[in-house]
Design a protein. Structure first.
Length: 174
């Protein structure tokens, strides 16, 4: 069974991370890490998901031997992105990201700030050069979204494409 971690490290846009978690196929083992700031906006219960608290740095997902296949951090705050770029692993999100890097597993970061500062871009460049995928929630208009739900599905569908998860969440280019 494929194991996927979704983490949310910022309050703004946490709904995208939660929605991505909910849309993962049932045959995937799901793990969710939530930061203190993201908890503030989390108001629903999670079903069939292992919830890990960010302060629990000893959780199963923080070990390479646990065998996670991929990790998506959505949203990824600039603070979390900077910590990952500098190798700081002081909470479960950053520790698990460090494990993904050392184990050469797929790691996708969805930074949520705009515009990006030169420092943030430098950190993204450093991470991209290590093979980390930088995939901010950016729209493309060819799929003709008609609602916020359509826009979110497009973004999540693109993340699932990167994770190798088949989906029909958005209209493909023709």
């Amino acid at each position: 069974m494929k194991k996927i971690i979704i983490a949310s490290s910022g309050a703004s846009g946490v709904n995208l991370g939660i929605k991505a978690l909910e849309l993962l196929p049932k045959e995937i083992e799901k793990h969710f890490i939530i930061s203190e700031h993201a908890k503030v906006v989390l108001d629903k219960e999670m079903n069939d998901v292992t919830l890990h608290h960010n302060e629990n740095i000893g959780a199963s997902v923080a070990s390479g031997s646990f065998g996670v296949d991929a990790m998506l951090i959505a949203p990824c705050s600039m603070n979390t992105l900077a910590k990952i770029a500098c190798g700081i692993a002081d909470n479960l999100v950053t520790r698990t990201a460090a494990v993904m890097i050392k184990e050469q597993k797929k790691l996708i970061l969805a930074p949520r700030e705009m515009p990006f500062s030169a420092i943030a871009l430098e950190n993204m460049h450093k991470l991209a050069s290590l093979g980390i995928i930088i995939a901010p929630p950016v729209m493309a208009y060819y799929s003709k979204q008609q609602s916020l739900d359509d826009m979110e599905n497009f973004i999540i569908g693109k993340w699932f494409d990167l994770l190798g998860i088949e989906n029909q969440l958005y209209k493909r280019w023709e």
